[in-house]
Design a protein around this ligand. Structure first.
Ligand SMILES: CCCCCCCC/C=C\CCCCCCCC(=O)SCCNC(=O)CCNC(=O)[C@H](O)C(C)(C)COP(=O)(O)OP(=O)(O)OC[C@H]1O[C@@H](n2cnc3c(N)ncnc32)[C@H](O)[C@@H]1OP(=O)(O)O
Ligand SMILES: Cc1cc2nc3c(=O)[nH]c(=O)nc-3n(C[C@H](O)[C@H](O)[C@H](O)COP(=O)(O)OP(=O)(O)OC[C@H]3O[C@@H](n4cnc5c(N)ncnc54)[C@H](O)[C@@H]3O)c2cc1C
Length: 647
């Protein structure tokens, strides 16, 4: 539940940071007796499986657990998402089971296939993942090499991995955990290629868990983060599956091998849109976690003096610390409000598509790409900033900031690498510009591109800043179109012209995303604030104001290029920003408390509600196995003979 919704739904906001009776988190066996940092790679995985089965059993008991329906709309779904932070500092091995396997069946399966497989998957009778990326390809889906050849004589598909680079590589849980998966493979019938299609494939014997004949499985090894997700590899050796294992909601293969195309070949990519939409909300949660840890720690930590005559001050009283951290609170709020707005757009387009109307799919794809990119890019950068703002203790795993950074930065790559997705949005913007230039109507989020009115006098207001970001985006898109047109007129191919303009295209795409986010954040808070008490409404508007002024200052170069902002406006903006830091400072701790993330979910020595930072740091340090004895055996084995010149 986003901060605004929490505040709206709980008028007198009671922050009880105590374990609620009969609550999932009251089960101590969910937690590690010794920190998992001290486990081996293999033990970490085995411990994660132990916790996974406990976690899901408790979920089913307490939450009548159901996945994938309205994941963003259910408070309990978001609560589940947050509770998983408590149980798994890194993601669980079944992250993809709920995150993609179930949604892929729901989005790509026929009603009969959904009926059969969703029941088994939601009851955890089978465990699955989503296998699309290969050793040789992740972005370029059309270049994926795994094949599915239809054999009409046996009414089967023959799955095959023709090369080493065709091995599926990365899918979460694939190494040793799941026994099924949705495999994306190139469909061939009688030698004719019918594009990328989804296949539901059993990988392991349900009783013995042994890989089936013709199926090669393993894990890909240690990673920067997500150490317990069990990302794996998969190869097929002419592995046969029945015809009814192709998920046939969109395209079908009849018994005789007739291929029936779906309304759009891109519908097979639908699961990716869904996950990109979900990721935005996930980033808001990660940001809330990191902001809570860093702001609370900054209220506890005293270091140096502002005035020599005074005692050491809270580091949160340094304006530089406020500059580092208050934007993090606003960012979490911005992305949780945008996530709910994007979810409504997504469900709206999915509803239209159910009745065959595909008109708004391109806009949804562009929005999902751009918001996934900006939320993951901003949050991974700001989580790292939270870590740095906590000094040495932020570098400790026990602070939970390094893990949180690993979770955030992974999302910059998975579900579509960020540069590639910004280029997707740029593709949509260039097409919109070309369409608008012919007088055709544009989608609601792109209509501003055709604003041909003269550049107005700059105003240091929210309206002025949001209008300014729209000017920047439109100006950048126009410059890209002009450069491409000029190169093509000089004889360059369109594709080469596109590539030569791609740095600008990525920048235009980001500018568009920022314009959408600023406008959405502001309108969503204004809508919700009407139901709030005046003090609460004021602080939320301060956060929106801070967010807009922060990004105006961050993108001054663009504003100077494409708007009428002048030096005195910039000076005034800088002063506005510093005034806002001062206004928000007194509410900083209250605001992160309003995220209401319990100590178990924060999982942090620095962010605990009681502020006992030093005691917790020491408690965690003493859990290190090395502290079990005053002299480690390596002294006698190595150091002593070495120091006595005997080694
Ligand atoms: C606890 C909180 C923590 C936070 C996180 C919480 C959330 C966690 C939630 C849940 C757990 C799940 C965690 C996920 C784990 C990772 C999973 C994976 O990574 S699965 C693999 C993903 N792989 C990609 O995304 C490949 C990226 N590549 C592509 O999408 C394509 O290859 C693309 C678009 C880059 C280029 O493909 P082209 O070359 O075939 O397409 P072109 O020619 O550019 O476009 C053709 C047309 O198709 C449209 N198009 C492309 N993709 C589309 C799509 N997805 N939907 C609709 N249209 C699409 C385009 O707009 C274009 O349209 P026109 O021709 O312009 O009209
Ligand atoms: C933690 C994690 C979990 C994952 N989980 C899964 C999973 O469960 N299932 C699954 O199928 N996949 C999964 N993936 C794979 C992920 O989807 C891919 O890594 C991602 O799509 C990027 O593809 P790639 O790795 O091939 O990188 P590449 O596409 O090779 O990117 C490498 C570089 O090339 C650039 N580049 C590539 N194409 C273009 C282009 N057209 N224009 C400009 N620049 C370009 C990129 O910007 C990037 O800088 C996971 C990845 C990670 C990191």
């Amino acid at each position: 539940m986003g901060l605004v919704d929490q505040l709206v739904n709980q008028p007198h906001y009671t922050l009880v940071n105590q374990p609620r009776e009969n609550d999932i988190l009251s089960h101590k066996e969910l937690f590690d007796s010794i920190p998992e940092e001290y486990l081996s790679h293999k033990e970490k995985y085995e411990n994660a499986i132990r916790k996974t089965v406990l976690y899901y059993r408790l979920m089913q008991k307490y939450q009548n657990y159901k996945e994938g329906s309205t994941i963003l709309d259910e408070t309990r779904a978001n609560y589940r998402n947050l509770v998983s932070f408590a149980v798994f500092k890194d993601y669980p091995p079944l992250m993809l089971h709920n995150g993609m396997f179930i949604p892929a069946i729901a989005g790509q399966g026929t009603p009969e296939q959904q009926k059969h497989w969703l029941k088994r998957a939601k009851n955890m009778e089978i465990l699955g993942t989503y296998a699309q990326t290969e050793l040789g390809h992740g972005t370029f889906i059309r270049g994926l090499e795994t094949t599915a050849e239809y054999d009409p004589s046996t009414e089967e598909f023959v799955l095959h991995s023709p090369t080493l680079t065709s091995y599926k590589w990365w899918p979460g849980g694939l190494g040793h955990t799941v026994n099924y998966c949705v495999v994306m493979a190139q469909l061939y019938i009688r030698g004719r290629h019918h594009g990328m299609q989804p296949f539901l494939v059993q990988l392991r014997d349900e009783a013995t868990h042994m890989p089936l004949p013709g199926v090669k499985l393993g894990e890909i090894g240690a990673k920067l983060g997500l150490s317990t997700v069990n990302n794996g590899f998969l190869a097929f050796e002419h592995h046969r599956i029945p015809r009814d294992r192709m998920l046939m909601k969109n395209a079908q293969v009849l018994k005789d091998g007739t291929f029936v195309a779906g309304p759009s070949s891109k519908l097979a990519y639908g699961t990716m849109i869904y996950v990109r939409v979900i990721i935005v909300n996930g980033m808001a949660n990660l940001m809330a976690k990191a902001a809570t840890i860093a702001v609370r720690y900054s209220a506890v930590r005293r270091q140096s003096q502002i005035k020599p005559s005074e005692p050491e001050c809270q580091i949160l009283d340094y304006v530089t610390q406020q500059h580092k951290l208050l934007i993090c609170i606003a960012t979490s709020l911005a992305f949780s409000t945008c996530a709910r707005w994007l979810w409504d757009v997504y469900t709206g387009v999915m509803g239209q598509m159910e009745s065959g109307n595909m008109d708004h799919l391109p806009e949804l794809h562009a929005l999902a790409c751009s918001l996934k990119v900006v939320s993951t890019m901003d949050v991974s950068g700001l989580v790292e900033r939270c870590r740095l703002a906590c000094g040495g203790h932020g570098f400790m795993h026990s602070s939970n900031l390094p893990y949180t950074y690993g979770l955030a930065t992974a999302a910059c790559t998975y579900e579509g690498e960020n540069t590639v997705l910004l280029l997707q949005t740029a593709r949509s913007l260039v097409k919109a510009w070309q369409k608008g230039s012919k007088g055709k109507p544009l989608s609601p989020t792109e209509a501003y591109l055709m604003d041909k009115s003269p550049v107005p006098k700059w105003e240091n207001t929210l309206d002025g800043i949001i209008a300014g970001f729209r000017r920047v985006s439109a100006g950048k898109v126009q410059d890209c179109v002009s450069k491409i047109d000029k190169l093509v007129k000089m004889g360059t191919s369109y594709e080469d012209a596109w590539n030569q303009t791609s740095v600008r295209l990525v920048a235009a795409s980001e500018a568009h995303s920022r314009a959408v986010i600023l406008a959405t954040f502001r309108s969503e808070v204004s809508r919700a604030a009407a139901a709030l008490s005046p003090p609460l409404s004021r602080v939320l508007h301060q956060l929106v104001h801070l967010y807009c002024v922060y990004w105006a200052l961050e993108r001054l170069g663009d504003l100077l290029l494409y708007t009428s902002i002048a030096e005195r406006d910039v000076q005034e903006l800088q002063q506005q920003y510093e005034d806002l830091l001062q206004k928000i400072r007194p509410n900083a701790v209250g605001l992160v408390d309003a995220f209401d993330l319990r100590d178990e979910i924060l999982n942090s020595t620095l962010g605990a509600y009681d502020g006992r930072v030093y005691e917790r740091l020491m408690e965690e340090a003493l859990k290190s196995p090395l502290n079990a004895e005053p002299v480690n055996q390596s002294f006698h084995q190595y150091l002593k003979p070495f120091m006595h010149g005997k080694l």
